[in-house]
Design a protein around this ligand. Structure first.
Ligand code: COA
Length: 389
């Protein structure tokens, strides 16, 4: 019989972290790793499943905020450290953890990264945002024109102080982006210290600092290197272009890798767009609408005739019902639905990565008025998160 408990002290947190790491086939945290990880444990947010006095499964959330279409920031739970002890898998331990976590989350929306694509749909998470993994042939890449602002390199201490503030100011512009909690930055500082050649540069335009980029360079052969962009945020197109120019002018770099939103424009930066190659398109954001009425009211809508959407949610039945969505907003109604959709797929369309028409083509939603629903939920920018947790 699985018993789910909220963890309260450091010894339990460390056991939680060890169990999760072992489920991922990593070692237990060393004392040094643990001192960096401990601050990421916030009260009431770490859950574990127990069989008697033995911990057998884990999950956790971090408090954050999420940008939704229209630009509002909604309080958000970032879900992570999901693991079940290998000798307890496929006996319903994760199901018990997910049920308890969803019914007690303090935020109206949750997102996560999935280690495998089949795990979370059954718990109401939808695939809501994808990234394109680019590889650029740096030796052939030419960006015409000159930079308009200034790029400066930061030492590690300055980057540690400046980046959290700069991210808060410029990194919450696009649907799907999230604010970063103090424990996230502590882990990031640790990762950068471990990583050889991790460098941060900041861009300044006419109004001050308006972009930053962290990258790492790995040696492929003698005098041949591969640069991976690790963190890239910008507030203006000028900052975005200037930071690309900086990267492409670095000496001794043969290949550049970056993860970008699906509507990224970088191919058009280059004299020869073929220097940019898509290596992969990968799922990034899995989104769970925990409080559907709240979340439908939080975003804005495009121009179209109103559509009545019937939502089904087996795990959180309070969400099940019909909602009238119009350019003025969304409200709960007692009306005949135009469309019927399960909550995981409403999560998938919520940020604008996929449309109702695309989902209807897969036969996973039913109804009519697809074109109006598409126009209401249309977004001008594809979602991206850009913050791994
Ligand atoms: C993924 C994991 C947490 C699942 O835990 P679990 O306790 O085995 O899950 P449950 O028994 O509650 O499974 C619920 C359902 O999901 C299915 N399922 C769970 N994990 C699955 C997986 N990785 N692939 C396919 N199906 C999976 C189960 O078969 C079950 O289906 P059923 O109800 O039709 O029988 C566990 O396998 C694990 O720790 N994996 C390694 C670490 C990891 O990947 N963590 C996730 C990080 S994002």
């Amino acid at each position: 019989m699985t018993d789910i408990r909220v963890l309260t002290d450091e010894a339990q947190y460390r056991a939680h972290n060890t169990l999760f790491r072992r489920a991922m086939h990593w070692g237990a945290p060393t004392d040094e790793q643990w001192s960096v990880t401990l601050p990421s444990y916030e009260p009431d947010r770490a859950l574990a499943a127990f069989d008697g006095d033995q911990m057998v499964g884990t999950t956790q959330s971090f408090g954050s905020s999420l940008v939704v279409p229209g630009g509002a920031r909604v309080s958000h739970s970032a879900i992570s450290r999901v693991g079940v002890r290998a000798d307890y898998t496929r006996r319903g331990v994760l199901t018990a953890l997910m049920r308890e976590q969803l019914s007690s989350l303090p935020d109206p929306v949750a997102t996560l990264r999935a280690s495998e694509g089949r795990i979370y749909g059954r718990f109401g998470y939808g695939l809501a945002g994808r990234v394109r993994k680019l590889e650029i042939d740096a030796k052939r890449a030419v960006i015409p024109g000159t930079p308009t602002g200034r790029v400066r390199m930061l030492d590690q201490d300055t980057a540690d102080k400046l980046l959290p503030e700069l991210h808060e100011a410029i990194g919450l512009r696009r649907p799907g982006q999230i604010s970063r909690w103090p424990g996230w930055w502590a882990r990031q500082r640790d990762r950068k210290t471990e990583a050889e050649n991790s460098v941060t540069v900041v861009h300044s335009g006419p109004d001050g600092d308006d972009g930053f980029l962290t990258y790492k360079v790995a040696t492929e052969k003698d005098f041949q290197h591969r640069l991976s962009v690790e963190d890239f945020e910008w507030a203006t197109p000028q900052a975005w272009r200037d930071l690309w120019i900086y990267v492409m002018r670095l000496d001794l770099v043969d290949h550049v890798e970056n993860e970008v939103p699906l509507d990224d424009a970088s191919s058009w930066l280059f004299e020869d767009p073929r220097v940019v190659r898509t290596k992969d398109v990968f799922d990034e954001i899995w989104l769970r609408l925990v409080d559907v009425p709240h979340m439908l009211s939080a975003r804005t809508y495009g121009t179209a005739e109103p559509v009545v959407v019937e939502v089904h949610d087996k795990l959180l039945p309070a969400n099940t019902g019909t909602y009238r969505v119009s350019p003025d907003g969304a409200e709960r109604v007692e009306e005949q639905p135009d469309l019927t959709i399960p909550v995981d797929l409403l999560g998938a369309v919520y940020l604008g990565d996929v449309t109702f028409s695309q989902l209807a083509a897969t036969q996973r939603i039913e109804g009519t008025r697809l074109a109006d629903a598409d126009a209401l939920f249309a977004v001008s920018q594809k979602p991206v998160c850009g913050t791994f947790f």
